[in-house]
Design a protein around this ligand. Structure first.
Ligand SMILES: [Mg+2]
Length: 377
C-alpha cells in the first residue's frame, strides 16, 4: 500500500468563542479544526485531526503548511509503517515545531492501519482494559452558585467530576470558589481546578493548600509547564494531586517528570503531543511509575476518538475529559464541536457517565462530506 496524497482541510469553527482570563492576560479561544486525509492507492483514506484555539483561523494556516511540509516525506510510502514514519517526521518536527501537523498525520496513519486490518485502533493497541468514565470540563464563567446548579445537572447525567477554570481574578477568588463550590457539590461529584500555568509557586501553593483541604480531585497546570522541579515540590508538599503535561511535546519529557515525581496525573494532548504514537508511549511510562493518565481532550471529534482508543487500551487510565461547550444543551453527553462528522453518536457520554471508543475499523469515524464542504475555509 502506498500513500498517494496528504490533504489538509481547514474548517470553520462550529462553536462560539469563549473569553478566558488567565492571570493578567485574556484570550479568545474556540475550536478551529484542521482535518487531514491521507489517501492511498488501495482506496483506504485515513483521517486525523488537530485544531487551534485561535478564532481568526490564522494559526490554522500554520498547521496546514506543516501538514503540507510533512507530505513530501509521506507520498509513495507504506502508511502501515506508522512507527518508522513517526520517527522520520519527528526528525523534521523537532526543528520546525510542527507538532500539531505530526499529531494529525500520525492519527491518520493509525486510522489506515486499523481500516486495513478491519479492527478498531484500540484492538491494535492491545484491546480494551478498563471502563472509561468522562469528567466534565466546564469552561463557562459564572458565579459559584450557578456553577453548583450546573454541577447538579452534570451529576444527573453521570459525570463524576467537574473541572472549572481558575486564575481569572486571583488566589483569594480561587480559594473562595473552591470552598463554596466543593461544599455544595452533589454527592459523588468531585471538583478539579485548572489554572493553565498562570500562577507562580507561592500563589500555586496557597491555592493547592485550599484544594487539599477540600479534597479536590486534582489541581491542573498550577505553574509554568517548564518548571518540572517546581511542580515536584508542590506535588510533595500538598495532598491534592498535581496534573499537567497538556503543553508538552512529544513523549520524551514524561521521563523527566516521572523521575522528578512532578505529577500524579499526566494529561498528554493527542492533537499536540505527537498523536496516538506519542500518547500511547506516555501511557506506558506512566503505568511503569504507577501514576494516572487522563488525556487533555478539549477539542474536535476525530481527535477525541483517537484519544478514546489510547485511553481504552491503557491500564493507567480510566478517566477522560469531556468538554461541555454549551451549558444550555438538553443532553450534556452530546459532542457538539464537530458537525462535519457523520456518525457523531459514536462518541457519546452515556447516562451513568461512561464513554467508549467507536467500534468501526480504524478510528471509527466517518465524515459528512457535504458538511465538510460547508465548513471548509
Ligand atoms: Mg488544562
Amino acid at each position: 500500500m502506498e500513500i498517494t496524497n496528504v490533504e489538509p482541510i481547514r474548517l470553520e469553527r462550529a462553536l462560539d468563542t469563549i473569553t478566558r482570563r488567565g492571570g493578567t492576560s485574556e484570550q479568545n479561544i474556540t475550536v478551529t479544526p484542521v482535518v487531514v486525509k491521507v489517501h492511498t492507492d488501495e482506496g483506504i483514506t485515513g483521517l486525523g485531526e488537530s485544531f487551534v484555539f485561535d478564532p481568526t483561523g490564522e494559526e490554522a494556516k500554520f498547521l496546514e503548511h506543516g501538514i503540507n511540509a510533512l507530505s513530501k516525506k509521506l507520498v509513495g510510502r507504506d502508511p502501515r509503517e506508522v512507527t518508522r514514519l513517526w520517527h522520520e517526521m519527528y526528525v523534521e518536527v523537532k526543528r520546525s515545531g510542527a507538532y500539531r501537523a505530526l499529531s494529525a498525520v500520525d492519527e491518520a496513519l493509525w486510522d489506515i492501519k486499523g481500516k486495513n486490518a478491519g479492527q478498531p485502533v484500540y484492538e491494535l493497541l492491545g484491546g480494551q482494559v478498563n471502563e472509561i468514565k468522562a469528567y466534565a470540563t466546564f469552561p463557562h464563567f459564572k458565579e459559584s452558585e450557578r456553577l453548583v446548579e450546573d454541577a447538579v445537572w452534570l451529576s444527573e447525567k453521570g459525570f463524576e467530576a467537574i473541572k472549572i477554570v481558575g486564575a481569572s481574578v486571583g488566589v483569594k477568588h480561587d480559594q473562595e470558589r473552591i470552598e463554596t463550590i466543593s461544599e455544595d457539590l452533589p454527592e459523588g461529584m468531585d471538583l478539579a481546578i485548572d489554572v493553565n500555568t498562570s500562577y507562580n509557586t507561592a500563589e500555586a501553593l496557597a491555592v493547592a493548600e485550599t484544594a487539599s483541604e477540600h479534597d479536590l480531585a486534582w489541581f491542573e497546570e498550577p505553574i509554568s509547564h517548564l518548571d518540572v522541579q517546581g511542580m515536584a515540590e508542590l506535588n510533595e508538599r500538598v495532598s491534592v494531586p498535581i496534573a499537567a503535561y497538556q503543553t508538552q511535546t512529544p513523549h520524551y519529557p514524561a521521563i523527566e517528570h516521572l523521575r522528578a515525581d512532578a505529577l500524579e496525573i499526566y494529561q498528554p494532548t493527542l492533537d499536540l503531543v505527537g498523536g496516538i504514537t506519542s500518547a500511547n508511549r506516555v501511557a506506558t511510562f506512566v503505568e511503569a511509575f504507577d501514576k494516572q493518565l487522563v488525556p487533555h481532550t478539549f477539542g474536535p471529534l476525530i481527535n477525541y476518538a483517537a484519544s478514546l482508543h489510547v485511553v481504552a487500551a491503557s491500564p493507567a487510565c480510566s478517566l477522560i475529559e469531556f468538554a461541555v461547550f454549551d451549558d444550555e444543551i438538553d443532553d450534556p453527553g452530546e459532542f457538539i464541536a464537530s458537525p462535519y462528522v457523520k456518525n457523531q453518536e459514536a462518541v457519546y457520554v452515556q447516562d451513568g457517565g461512561t464513554i467508549s471508543p467507536p467500534e468501526g475499523p480504524g478510528l471509527g469515524i466517518e465524515l459528512d462530506e457535504d458538511k465538510v464542504e460547508e465548513y471548509r475555509v
